[in-house]
Design a protein around this ligand. Structure first.
Ligand code: KG4
Ligand code: ZN
Length: 353
């Protein structure tokens, strides 16, 4: 079986053809994957502008789908589309396009949760991972920990109480005057910085989340305090310098120190949870998993504790439609197909397949 994946939840218009291999251990193979990034559209505003994003998806979707079909051999038996979460106007473009194409071609539509796509990118890349697994999904909009006991069943263990890690990267980059998008820019300049130059605090949450009392409570993340201390530090330093710009060396030190704290906070929780739940493997997915320090340190900690750590390749870390197609194949095989009343849901919860 072959499926066409469509992803338009944020600022990438993406389409991909993914097929089943028939092998249990490595169930899927990517035939084509096309991503049209809107970075250039949003750069002038320093962040994603929802209305511009939706309009750009409308312009790009036909060409992106056509290119994925031409590169991947044309035929497909179903369409998987990101239903949510994300920007509603952007999601609507993919959902409407997917439904229209499904109706025209007489194939079923499979709704996919964006984070299920990020999680399944691990399987798409590495094959089925040893279960139980603990997976960290860390992107511009989400920082969440999941336990997976059975393929396709994702149990939320903890999540950010405020900013997502990617959002913190983007905001701190803006404070430092680095280029948009901020995550890759911080990653790059940090290589030349001293990561112990500024002792930014690591947030440790000690109280249960009043808004989600069903969650265990101590596996949550928080990045807004860190972001505020970076902002205060930069303001104090600029005032010391008579409001001159910080030198590139100082920017690199601040970026590296911030990045070290984010990476340690993420990995401390992830490895604690993996130990607590007796995980046989650890996964990290989502745009921030492209971060070079996070990748290196996660692999080193995994090697030291003899737990395999899986991270997708860079192309599958950031938003793409191959991961949506893979998650769609999983859901389709579990019996999920949508009707033509399928609607975009900007705050869709992640449920079992
Ligand atoms: O998963 P993704 O492509 O889109 C969302 O679903 O949000 O993640 C985008 C996020 C952005 O915040 C971006 O700055 C961050 O991933 N990111 C990085 C790196 N590459 C992308 N953050 C840190 N280091 C990177 N190398
Ligand atoms: Zn994403």
């Amino acid at each position: 079986m072959r499926i066409l994946g469509i992803e338009t939840s944020c600022d990438e218009t993406a389409a991909a053809l993914v097929e089943e291999t028939g092998e249990r251990q490595r169930p899927w193979r990517v035939r084509s994957s096309v991503v049209a990034s809107q970075v250039a559209v949003h750069r002038a505003w320093g962040g994603v502008v929802p209305e511009l994003s939706a309009r750009q998806h409308v312009r790009d979707i036909c060409g992106v789908v056509r290119e994925a079909l031409e590169a991947g051999g044309g035929t497909y038996d179903a369409i998987a589309v990101t239903q949510g979460p994300g920007l509603v106007g952007s999601l609507l473009v993919g959902v409407s396009f997917g439904k229209a194409l499904a109706w025209a071609r007489g194939v079923p539509v499979v709704p996919v949760h964006h984070l299920a796509g990020h999680i399944e990118s691990l399987v798409l890349e590495h094959g089925e991972v040893p279960l139980p697994a603990v997976v960290l999904v860390v992107s511009g909009g989400h920082t969440s920990l999941y336990r997976i006991e059975q393929p396709g069943h994702y149990e939320l263990l903890g999540r950010t109480r405020d900013d997502a890690a990617g959002e913190a990267f983007d905001k701190v980059a803006k404070l430092l005057g680095l280029a948009y998008p901020g995550g890759p820019a911080i990653d790059l300049v940090s290589r030349h910085g001293n990561d112990r130059a500024v002792p930014f605090p690591k947030t440790r949450l000690t109280h249960a989340d009043r808004n989600a009392p069903h969650l265990p409570g101590h596996r949550d993340f928080s990045f807004s305090g860190l972001k505020t201390s970076v902002a205060r530090h930069i303001a104090a330093r600029r005032s010391d310098l008579g409001h001159e710009a910080l030198s590139p060396a100082e920017v690199a030190d601040i970026a590296a120190s911030f990045q070290r704290v984010v990476v340690e906070s993420l990995l401390d929780r992830l490895f604690e949870a993996a130990r607590g739940y007796g995980a046989r493997s650890i996964g990290i997915a989502g745009g921030v998993s492209a971060n070079s320090r996070l990748r290196e340190e996660a692999l080193a900690r995994g090697a030291a504790r003899e737990v395999p750590v899986f991270i997708p390749s860079l192309a599958l870390s950031t938003d793409n439609a191959a991961m949506i197609a893979a998650a769609g194949l999983r859901r389709y095989r579990a019996g999920t197909v949508a009707g033509f009343d399928l609607n975009a849901d900007p705050s869709l919860p992640l449920q079992a397949a």
